[in-house]
Design a protein around this ligand. Structure first.
Ligand SMILES: N=c1c2ncn([C@@H]3O[C@H](COP(=O)(O)OP(=O)(O)OP(=O)(O)O)[C@@H](O)[C@H]3O)c2ncn1[C@@H]1O[C@H](COP(=O)(O)O)[C@@H](O)[C@H]1O
Length: 106
């Protein structure tokens, strides 16, 4: 689990760059462009805030999954890998291993 899920999803998101817009949600989002991706991130962030204010734990998890998913779409659209974000978090918190892993893959 954990960062493997992000890496596997990143691979799928990369592959969607070759897909026809009508064949996939992500391919359609790429075709709509950066502003459409940013709009989804804004919407999902708002839905996350509303779920937290309502105190609905299941909904918080669900909305954060949507939010993380759309930030992963943004990373892919910008030709960035989630390892770059994990490495930045690891660098900030002093967790070893990830920084090295990210520098090997990029
Ligand atoms: N993990 C996800 C995932 N999480 C969320 N979503 C989509 O994100 C959208 C969330 O937006 P909303 O909650 O606003 O729901 P909505 O009203 O249907 O959204 P819109 O149509 O208005 O954008 C929904 O359409 C969800 O289906 C996802 N769509 C795809 N994936 C995975 O991404 C990969 C590529 O997906 P496809 O491009 O569909 O093949 C596959 O592994 C999928 O399982």
């Amino acid at each position: 689990m954990n960062d493997n899920v992000l890496a596997q999803l990143a691979e799928v998101l990369e592959s969607r760059k070759q897909a026809e817009p009508d064949s996939s949600y992500v391919a359609k989002l790429y075709a709509k462009g950066l502003d459409a991706i940013l709009k989804k991130i804004g919407e999902e962030a708002t839905e996350t805030v509303m779920a937290a204010k309502d105190g609905e734990k299941d909904k918080i998890v669900y909305e954060i999954a949507d939010l993380w998913f759309h930030t992963l779409v943004l990373l892919a659209q910008q030709n960035l890998h989630p390892d770059a974000v994990l490495a930045e978090l690891a660098r900030r918190s002093g967790v070893s291993g990830l920084v090295e892993k990210a520098s090997r893959t990029h």
